[in-house]
Design a protein around this ligand. Structure first.
Ligand code: MF3
Ligand code: CO
Length: 248
């Protein structure tokens, strides 16, 4: 069942979301060659807790960290590690969930480390454009499939592929709620959109094949099957009668 949100709910989700926004602004400076992903996670964890909030991913289904940090061919759910040291030319997806006073927000951003190749820049740009086109589409969309189709079309026009095995979702009262928000699909399909719907839209886009596999040892890290690179951006948004508000 989809639980729509009222104005007070949306304000509280926005407050959780602003913590993530502030984290990404600081990460613009911190993501550079030589830094390991565990120390980035430590910063994220401390920042969230110092704002009297809680990292929503930690202990979720046994997940061990505050953030997911996915480098290059890692698509999502990369586990921060001291052994993962960033180097020039890497692209790094950082995904953060925050719970503040019982309300949840979720967002992700892909950072380039130092000089990033033209092709990788194009991948990041296409993924970001897919997210922003989807948010714009949400102003008039009547079905989730209208949003899904916009993402898929933007990505495939640019010559890249959308991941099928992981999708966006409702968010707010919990970290993951209905409805499902796939990054592929047909207009006029999926759940109907009503004012008060709060969703996390999160295109995961691969340079090569859309197929992925999950690390056999840690059971979390998702990688592209062909080991080509992948990018990920995510915003939590509220869809209202006359406008769409980005909460993160
Ligand atoms: N990245 C996922 C999302 O945006 C959530 C991560 S769940 C965790 O929906 F278990 F990895 F924490
Ligand atoms: Co999400």
């Amino acid at each position: 069942m989809i639980r729509l949100k009222g104005p007070e709910d949306i304000e509280k989700i926005r407050q959780a979301g602003q913590i993530i926004k502030a984290i990404f602004e600081i990460l613009q400076e911190k993501v550079r060659p030589g830094v390991d992903t565990l120390s980035l996670d430590g910063f994220i964890d401390d920042f969230i807790q110092s704002h009297n909030a809680r990292p929503a991913f930690k202990d979720y289904m046994g997940y061990p960290a505050a953030s997911c940090i996915s480098v290059n061919e890692e698509v999502v759910h990369g586990i921060p590690s001291q052994d993962k040291v960033l180097k020039e030319g890497d692209i790094v997806g950082i995904d953060v969930g925050v719970e503040l006073g019982g309300y949840y927000a979720d967002a992700a951003y892909t950072f380039g480390v130092g000089f990033v190749s033209e092709e990788d820049r194009r991948l990041m740009e296409a993924t970001y454009n897919a997210l922003m086109n989807a948010i714009n589409k949400a102003k008039t969309a009547r079905y989730i499939g209208d949003i899904s189709y916009t993402i898929q079309r933007t990505v495939e026009k640019a010559g890249f592929s959308v991941v099928r095995d992981f999708i966006g979702h409702g968010v707010g009262f919990e970290i993951h709620e209905p409805p499902a928000v796939p990054n592929y699909g047909r207009p006029g399909t999926g759940d109907r959109i009503k004012p008060g719907l709060v969703i996390a839209i999160e295109p995961m886009v691969n340079a090569g094949t859309w197929e992925v596999d999950i690390d056999k040892d840690d059971k979390w890290t998702v990688r592209t099957k062909d080991r080509k690179k992948s990018a990920h951006y995510e915003h939590t948004i509220a869809i209202l009668e006359k406008e769409v508000i980005i909460l993160t």
